[in-house]
Design a protein around this ligand. Structure first.
Ligand code: 3DD
Length: 424
């Protein structure tokens, strides 16, 4: 059953879930002190007043805290999900009841996904906020008439930033974008600790398998892959990594992770997770080489890392064993289990990263909106970084909230650091 306001102010799965959603959002707020501090500070001055922010980012309890904070700072907000399987319907219902123009529900088809984005563009944003660049691409390719009214945008994730950088290099980016992903208090925490914990959360909710003693294969040993490897190691798994980048492979090796090609890993792996942002990471010959009972999933932003067309071409029957877990029986009788339809397992089969780490990612998103509102007109049509000082400020507030104190350099130490007259 879907619930739609007559004048299309929102479309969600079921408004009656709003109470549950409010409890979830309140839970997240109690664990996001950085965003809550920003909200308290800027609710008074309302620096985003007059701005209309359209967001396309997973509708989770943490995203709801960001949305409430943007609204408290004066912005009008419209929102859609950035993945058809990551919307938490209870959260969407609560946001609809709070007057957010939200168009999002779990299990959207492709047409509904883009219809939802278009509805959030009906309200002619001045700022766009993306996770995976679907929204900004929709503006560029389907709604160029909106360019004049848009001051700038932000991008949450690695893959989205890569694509926007390529677009800017070709001179095709029509307004400035802040690369939120590149803030240290985002990539070095969200991508590592968030992805590590939430991906295992998704795997365990979808399978409840014992990880201890299993051969856990991470395709990719970047920040996300390293996070997954660390957490799997902590649960007693034998971790294997596959890579294309020599330095990443070397880092994995020196951290005690076995590195091999996917052709080799396919033969021995019990659980496979792709974290690369690349397409066709696990393809037909890999599925054919896997052991009976192998579990495969993805935690990259797009669902192109597992080539499921290949798997379906060698599948003779399928069964949905449990939520987000489909058994493929192959011609030789082997069974392979695909989680969350190959979409990001942390958000589709669990709740995404914990609130504590999204607190910092979204503090950067909030600061990106503030920077664009204040100085967006001065930025060129490229991809821009947030000021490094912001990272330290966000980290400081986070530490404060954890009751962790810092030492301070004395004037003599500061002088020493830049004094080139002294020898050893
Ligand atoms: N992402 C992961 N967990 C999330 C959560 N709880 N709420 C919203 C979004 C969430 C994905 C992105 O924040 C980011 O990790 C990425 O790079 O996509």
């Amino acid at each position: 059953m879907s619930t739609t306001a007559e004048d299309l102010q929102f479309k969600v799965a079921d408004l009656s879930l709003a109470d549950e959603g409010r409890l979830l959002i309140d839970w997240a707020e109690s664990r996001m002190p950085v965003l809550m501090q920003l909200r308290e500070k800027f609710a008074k001055t309302q620096p985003l007043k007059g701005h209309r922010i359209t967001g396309c980012l997973h509708v989770t309890k943490e995203t709801a805290v960001l949305i409430r904070t943007l609204k408290a700072a004066g912005a009008e907000v419209a929102w859609s999900g950035c993945n058809p399987l990551s919307t938490h319907d209870a959260v969407a219902a609560a946001l609809a009841e709070e007057g957010i123009r939200i168009f999002a529900w779990y299990g959207q088809n492709t047409e509904e996904f883009y219809w939802s984005i278009d509805r959030t563009l009906d309200f002619k944003p001045t700022l766009t906020l993306d996770d995976g660049a679907d929204l900004i691409f929709r503006v560029h390719f389907e709604h160029p008439d909106l360019f004049d009214g848009i001051v700038g945008g932000s991008e949450e994730t690695t893959t989205g930033v890569h694509r926007l950088r390529a677009m800017a290099a070709d001179g095709k980016l029509m307004y400035p974008v802040i690369a939120v992903n590149d803030a240290e208090t985002k990539w070095d925490f969200d991508n590592v600790y968030g992805t590590g914990q939430s991906s295992l959360d998704g795997i365990l909710r979808a399978t409840s398998v014992l990880l201890a003693g299993k051969n856990f294969v991470t395709a990719g040993y970047g920040h996300c892959g390293k996070g997954c490897a660390m957490r799997a190691k902590g649960m007693g798994a034998n971790v294997i990594a596959t890579e294309v980048k020599p330095t990443a492979a070397l880092k994995a090796t020196l951290e005690g992770v076995r590195v091999m090609t996917m052709d080799e890993a396919a033969k021995v792996g019990d659980v496979f997770i792709t974290t690369t942002g690349m397409k066709d990471v696990i393809v037909k010959r890999h599925f054919e080489a896997m052991k009976d009972g192998a579990i495969v999933c993805n935690t990259g932003h797009y669902d192109c890392e597992l080539n499921l067309e290949d798997l379906n071409s060698i599948t003779v029957s399928k069964r949905e064993m449990r939520d987000n877990c489909v058994e493929h029986t192959l011609k030789d009788g082997k069974r392979i289990y695909v989680l969350a339809e190959g979409r990001l397992v942390n958000l589709a089969a669990a709740e995404g990263h914990p609130s504590e780490v999204m607190d910092m990612s979204f503090a950067n998103q909030f600061q990106a909106m503030m920077l664009l509102a204040k100085d967006g007109e001065k930025l060129d049509k490229g991809v821009h970084e947030l000021p490094e000082a912001l990272d330290q400020e966000i980290a400081r507030i986070k530490l404060d909230s954890m009751g962790i104190g810092l030492d301070e350099l004395t004037p003599e130490q500061i002088a020493y650091a830049t004094d080139y007259s002294q020898g050893t």
